[in-house]
Ligand binder design. Structure first.
Ligand code: B12
Length: 321
């Protein structure tokens, strides 16, 4: 089978498996690596030192799979059409970021990538060398996915697709087969800077995010107390933040997810603060088994909930959203 036909077959299978986006890019060092290095040098990674630890592996995907020639980049939409955080103003309730409502995307996306790997070995080339990653590998996922034509990197730093918006996860397979590459999408942010204007902590400069100020970082990754200067700006966010995506015009009416396991688990869309505050270690572990929220840890959720409860008790100013 020629390169074009093989590529077409793999893409068709990826879509059958449930990926909303699929594209190919060569497994070579990426031109965006200097941005990553600069970001780290400026300390934008905050306490996420794991990012720099495997910097050299990030520099070249062939360090992860020696014979890699192509990267099969896949996107999986998690948008279910539910309301946005900025549409909830019940003071008894908080907001959990959309990506964290359902089952853990690492497991779901990885299982689908494994299914695609099996197909490649069984139907195309049994000697193909393949290695799949979702989020946790030392790979510049957004940069490779952008090169594979899945979308463009927006000013809010998310990968945005014209049909899917930005509420999609990225996973990829490093592959020893030489596949036909796609062409990258062009930037469609234009003069818009709603994400920058609406970020409550001023964490975003065009195409660059400072994790030290990002509510997603502070509420999910940061351990220990959160600096008081951010408490008020955290607003109702108990886990993660979606504001820079919610105000994005490309997320006004994106395609809907085909994956029922991303639907909100009971009580997670606009969660009751009093219920979250009651969760001890055991109850937390039980409630968030196989959920991305487990990364926040029980102590983190308690800390965040206390901040939000304090915020929700304050009288709101007229005209405030
Ligand atoms: C660390 C991390 C975070 C950190 C830092 C985020 C950040 N913007 O860097 C924190 C905890 C804040 C975070 C938050 C979120 N994350 Co996160 N995160 C990651 C992780 C593990 C690494 C990202 C990274 O390397 N950052 C370093 C910076 C420099 O890289 P980058 O932002 O990707 O930028 C690249 C390009 O934009 C380009 N570039 C950078 N600057 C410039 C400037 C110019 C001019 C140009 C042309 C290019 C360019 O080069 C960079 C290197 O490749 C990735 C998985 C992965 N392995 O990539 C997931 C990932 C980026 N996260 C994801 C998600 C879903 C989220 C959240 C939406 C979760 C939430 N709601 O709380 C938020 C979104 C916040 C945001 N605006 O980014 C998805 C994004 C999917 C998408 N459609 O874009 C990823 C890809 C995970 C996945 N596999 O699906 N995340």
């Amino acid at each position: 089978m020629d390169k074009q036909s093989t590529t077409k077959l793999i893409k068709k299978k990826a879509q059958e498996i449930g990926f909303d986006l699929v594209g190919i890019t060569p497994a070579l060092p990426h031109k965006d690596l200097p941005f990553f290095d600069q970001w780290i040098q400026q300390g934008r990674d905050a306490s996420m030192t794991y990012l720099q630890r495997r910097r050299d592996d990030r520099a070249d995907p062939r360090r992860l799979l020696e014979n890699a020639k192509s990267i099969i980049c896949c996107g999986m939409n998690y948008y279910g059409g539910e309301p946005k955080s900025i549409e909830c103003d019940d003071p008894e309730r908080g907001w959990i970021s959309r990506y964290a409502w359902g089952d853990d995307y690492h497991d779901i996306v990885l299982a689908k990538l494994k299914e695609l790997e099996d197909f490649i070995r069984q139907e195309i080339d049994e000697t193909a060398e393949l290695k799949a990653y979702v989020d946790t590998g030392p790979i510049l996922e957004r940069s490779y996915a952008a090169s594979a034509g899945l979308g463009w990197i927006g000013k809010n730093t998310l990968l945005i697709n014209r049909q899917q918006g930005s509420y999609f996860f990225i996973g990829e397979i490093l592959c020893s087969l030489d596949l036909a590459p796609d062409t990258p999408e062009t930037d469609h942010c234009g003069h818009c800077q709603l994400c920058i204007d609406h970020c409550p902590t001023d964490a975003i400069a065009p195409y660059e995010l400072d994790s030290n100020r990002c509510i997603a970082y502070l509420t999910i990754e940061h351990r220990g107390d959160i600096a008081t200067e951010f408490h008020e700006a955290i607003g109702q966010h108990v886990v993660g933040c979606d504001i820079c995506q919610e105000v994005c015009p490309w997320n006004k009416a994106p395609a809907l997810s085909q994956e029922p396991r991303f639907k909100p688990r009971e009580g997670l869309l606009h969660p009751r603060l009093s219920e979250l505050a009651q969760l001890d270690e055991t109850a937390f572990r039980e409630k968030f088994r196989k959920s991305p929220i487990k990364r926040v840890k029980a102590a983190g959720l308690q800390r965040n909930t206390a901040i939000v409860q304090k915020n929700q008790q304050k009288p709101r100013n007229a005209g405030e959203s």
